[in-house]
Design a protein around this ligand. Structure first.
Ligand code: G3P
Ligand code: MG
Length: 252
């Protein structure tokens, strides 16, 4: 069902956004990792939203379980009950043993309680674009509100952003792009995008300005060193998405 609400996009992106929490510092896309990220003083966190086989929205990046859990197989073919039993922290460091894959709902509740802004990247498994977007929007409607901190919905999948615009136009949208592919400017205009999140290597000297001329903000991912950050900020980039927000925050 279409959601109504006040446009939330008047707020500015912070200069630093933690990538999957702080993926270089703590297990990505987990509550333990998000807590560690918040300890660094970061005020906005990017995460990936994906569906289990039984359509629970979990916070998870890969299409398969192997890299970041002790499980195996495709996320799209595994139930939430099975995923909830997996260890999502031990692979990163022994002290994170017992860390679980979180639900998006619990994660949003944690962010709201701690006044943390969030960039929800809708990351569907192939063929599940519509369902993933609609379920993610449902969870957002139930667990976020207009007086909560900024939420930005991003995706590489145009269908997901179109659905966000149609169903929940009050939540700001971000176009995700690897290389500023042909048609990106039209997409920004059609989506009334709040921001464009591009691969840092594709920015060059003028991309940030191109984005801003369209009325959007420019964010670059994934930047993990100070030299590159300096170059991007000099080129006018508004925000850096980083695995090491602790390091960049200490430098800023
Ligand atoms: O949102 C920026 C970044 O997260 C996009 O790439 O693969 O890390 O989700 P990925
Ligand atoms: Mg992501």
């Amino acid at each position: 069902m279409k959601q109504e609400g006040k446009i939330q996009g008047m707020k500015k992106l912070p200069k630093i956004i933690g990538h999957r929490g702080a993926a270089g510092l703590a297990p990505e896309n987990t509550l333990a990792g998000f807590r560690k990220t918040v300890e660094t003083g970061v005020r906005m966190i990017e995460l990936d939203a994906k569906l289990t086989s039984d359509s629970h929205v979990i916070v998870f990046h890969d299409e398969t379980l192997e890299r970041t859990t002790d499980g195996q197989g495709a996320v799209a073919e595994t139930s939430y009950e099975a995923i909830a039993k997996l260890d999502a922290g031990r692979w990163f460091a022994p002290e994170y043993e017992g860390t679980r894959v979180p639900l998006l709902s619990d994660t949003l509740d944690y962010f709201r309680e701690n006044d943390i802004a969030v960039n929800v990247e809708i990351k569907p498994c192939p063929g599940r674009e519509r369902e993933t977007a609609l379920k993610t929007l449902e969870v957002l409607a139930a667990h976020w509100s207009e007086d909560a901190p900024l939420v930005v919905i991003s995706s590489f999948q145009r269908l997901c952003l179109d659905l966000a615009q149609e169903q929940a136009p009050h939540w700001p949208r971000a176009l995700l792009t690897h290389h500023f592919e042909d048609g990106w400017k039209e997409a920004v205009k059609e989506l009334k995008a709040y921001s464009v999140h591009g691969n840092f290597a594709a920015f060059g000297k003028t991309r940030a300005m191109d984005v801003q001329l369209l009325g959007a903000q420019a964010a670059a991912y994934t930047v993990n060193d100070i030299e590159t950050t300096k170059i991007l900020f000099s080129a006018g980039v508004d925000s850096i998405i980083t695995d090491r927000p602790d390091m960049l925050a200490a430098w800023l």
